[in-house]
Write a protein that binds this ligand. Structure first.
Ligand SMILES: [Zn+2]
Length: 253
């Protein structure tokens, strides 16, 4: 089996987001991918109350990052309920993968920050397995961190410890300025995104070493929680990890 030496996600790249604004956390990497070859962006949920506004914000962000409108896909499942529509998500993603034939797939990290993020990774891994890749190997799955609970704080833009090596997209001053500009685009998310970034010294200071991402190991066990103790989403929703674990055990192992 050929070992891919190039650590950059290969293009065509399929970049999957649970929510409109998730892309902020991988923006510079996405911009670089879109310069190297085709990159498509997909949003699984429709953005709740401010759905249309949020979709418009993401489209503006993608204009800036150089991802063309024809490469943007809205799946439109309900926010906060991806786990309840897992089979829909897997089917839609598998269909998209069969048509787009990505050489790499990028998803939010499995980290217990938001159940939709974790559910998306589970769905993407299942869709990759379900797609017929013909003579080609299936594309590698990469993840990028958004946020998770770490003791008493929320760790933003950092990975939980894991076996795969973290790769960083370096951020020059112009990339940091770009991230600041992007953060302002998501005005509908001001109450959530801004305070979260303020935690880390604002949008320019996030990702001091660069934007992190890493490979998801093929046999990842989704029936075990991403970390011990209570997960972040268990503080602000009624969702339990056991719902996710049983879905993973039944259908998507
Ligand atoms: Zn999100």
């Amino acid at each position: 089996m050929a070992i891919v030496r190039d650590e950059h996600p290969q293009t065509p790249a399929l970049v999957l987001f649970a929510h409109h604004d998730d892309e902020f956390f991988i923006a510079a990497t996405l911009k670089k991918m879109a310069q190297r070859g085709p990159a498509a962006a997909v949003w699984l949920t429709r953005g709740g109350l401010h759905g249309r506004l949020r979709q418009a914000e993401s489209r503006r962000a993608m204009d800036i990052l150089g991802v063309p409108r024809r490469a943007l896909f809205e799946i439109g499942l309900p926010d906060n309920h991806l786990i309840d529509y897992l089979e829909d998500a897997v089917r839609r993603l598998a269909r998209l993968m069969a048509a787009y034939r990505p050489a790499s797939v990028i998803v939010p990290a499995f980290e217990g920050g938001h159940l939709d993020h974790d559910s998306l990774q589970l769905a993407a891994a299942a869709a990759i397995r379900r797609t017929n890749w013909g003579v080609n190997q299936h594309p590698p799955l990469y993840e990028f961190p958004l946020y998770h609970r770490s003791g008493r704080r929320l760790a933003v833009g950092e990975f939980l410890p894991g076996p795969a090596r973290t790769i960083f997209t370096p951020l020059k001053l112009k990339d940091r300025v770009l991230k600041q500009k992007l953060a302002r685009i998501y005005s509908s998310q001001k109450m959530i995104l801004y305070p979260m970034l303020a935690f880390r010294g604002g949008p320019m200071m996030l990702h001091r070493r660069g934007e992190p991402y890493r490979l998801v190991s093929a046999g990842r066990n989704y029936t075990k929680p991403p970390h011990s103790g209570r997960l972040a989403y268990q503080f602000y929703t009624r969702r339990k990890f056991s719902e996710f674990a049983s879905a993973a055990a039944m259908n998507y192992k």
